[in-house]
Design a protein around this ligand. Structure first.
Ligand code: PLP
Length: 400
């Protein structure tokens, strides 16, 4: 395709799939390996062990399905619930909405708590509802850790506290698709029962793996759950995992890549990785402030470190910025989703991103906004981000 004279592939600024680090791109590109041989077990078991460490669990079961985050949602609900079961969920963005929709299509009775798109999960409302549910009709509580549509992170520990305060035995099912590996996720400490993520976000791999983690309680619930499941049945996957096998043909390259991705995150140090994402995100947020554009996330405690959702002035079509960036400057950003369509654009900063890349993304956005007549001074957002990056550089330049 004509790339407008561009001679290099630009980084992407979408909130997943992320830019691929070169060593992971190479790891995924491997010769065919017999997945019935012990060589496959040598890839699978360390990949599973690595996920356990990244998600901070000692003993939970890890399942790797050839799928995506959406398949991970389906794995979670279909293995522990039965048709007609009540489920508690908050709707505060497009991804929490899609998981609710999936539950409804599976015949679950979803009690939906409406919250503003830009607000976090209302754990206090959860506590009231769980406390009132004396008969324990609610079998599962859903939580979206990082709403990729709004750029909002929610407090999962608070959801666990709500369950405990109500003395309620419902399982805690958490969508960590756009947080795990980039933001702290404490599976054991938060008392999570099922966590879901995918290969193409914090693990910086191509899409193709649903990564799903089950607590001992979730494993027990699987024995009595009656929702139909076959491809995503963790009983088949669990038996195979134990033998170092797979119930069907595994995406071997992705599993090899997952092992390396987890190793690299752990070698860098999870706290260092999380701080790196926050620092890049701080620069992007500073740029939005310089442009006079509010964030969708309503308060700093809700700021996502993996995606920033920026509101454009009323009456302006925010999608025009994303379209122009793609068509004229060959650079990808995220559009507004659902009720935010046309009102916001999204800057994804998860996975591998440098100061230089983030600054170039901000510069492209400024060109698009100026082209489209928004009163944004070229360089203003870039300068604000530069101030953040130069004052927080990990190895500041020594003064002469
Ligand atoms: N949940 C969240 C928070 C997401 O951001 C996404 C995708 O962006 C999904 C679920 C769905 O994942 P997938 O597109 O991999 O099926």
């Amino acid at each position: 395709a004509d790339r407008g004279g561009a001679t290099m592939q630009n980084p992407v600024f979408i909130p997943g799939p992320t830019n691929l680090p070169e060593f992971l791109r190479k790891a995924v590109d491997m010769p065919t390996l017999d997945h019935r041989s012990s060589a496959f077990a040598d890839l699978l078991h360390p990949a599973i062990a690595g996920v356990r460490q990244v998600i901070k669990t000692r003993e939970a079961e890890v399942f790797l399905f050839p799928s995506t985050g959406t398949g991970g949602w389906e794995t979670a609900i279909s293995n522990v619930l039965s048709a007609g079961d009540a489920v508690l969920a908050a709707r505060h963005g497009m991804f929490s909405q899609r998981w609710i929709d999936m539950c409804q299509r599976h015949g679950l009775a979803v009690e939906v708590v409406e919250a503003a798109w830009g607000a976090g999960l209302p754990a206090d409302r959860y506590e009231e509802i769980l406390t009132a549910d004396k008969e324990h009709r609610i079998k599962a509580v859903l939580a979206t850790h990082n709403e990729t549509a709004t750029g909002v992170v929610s407090d999962i520990a608070a959801v666990r506290r709500a369950l405990d305060a109500a003395g309620h035995p419902a399982l805690l099912l958490v969508d960590g698709v756009s947080s795990v590996g980039s933001m702290d996720f404490c599976f054991d400490d938060w008392g999570v029962d099922i966590a879901v993520t995918g290969s193409q976000k914090g693990f910086m791999l191509p899409p193709g793996l649903a990564i799903v983690v089950f607590s001992a309680r979730a494993m027990q619930a699987c024995a009595t759950a009656k929702l139909a499941r076959c491809f995503f049945d963790i009983r088949d996957m669990g038996r195979s995992n134990a033998a170092g096998l797979y119930p069907y043909t595994p995406p071997v390259g992705l599993i090899a890549g997952l092992r390396l991705a987890a190793d690299s995150l752990l070698a860098e140090g999870l706290d260092v990785v999380f701080a790196r994402h926050k620092r890049i995100a701080d620069g992007v947020r500073a740029a939005a402030g310089a442009w006079g554009m509010p964030l969708c996330a309503r308060s700093p405690d809700l700021y996502s470190q993996t995606v920033t959702t920026i509101c454009t002035p009323p009456g302006f079509n925010a999608t025009g910025i994303v379209t122009r960036a793609a068509d004229v400057y060959q650079t990808a950003f995220g559009t507004g989703l659902g009720e935010l369509a046309g009102k916001v654009f999204r800057f994804g900063h998860l996975g591998q991103l440098s100061d230089m890349a983030a600054l170039s993304g901000l510069a492209v956005l400024e060109m698009c906004m100026a082209d489209l007549g928004l009163p944004v001074r070229l360089g203003s957002g870039v300068a604000a981000a530069q101030e953040v990056y130069r004052t927080t550089a990990v190895q500041p330049m020594k003064q002469a």
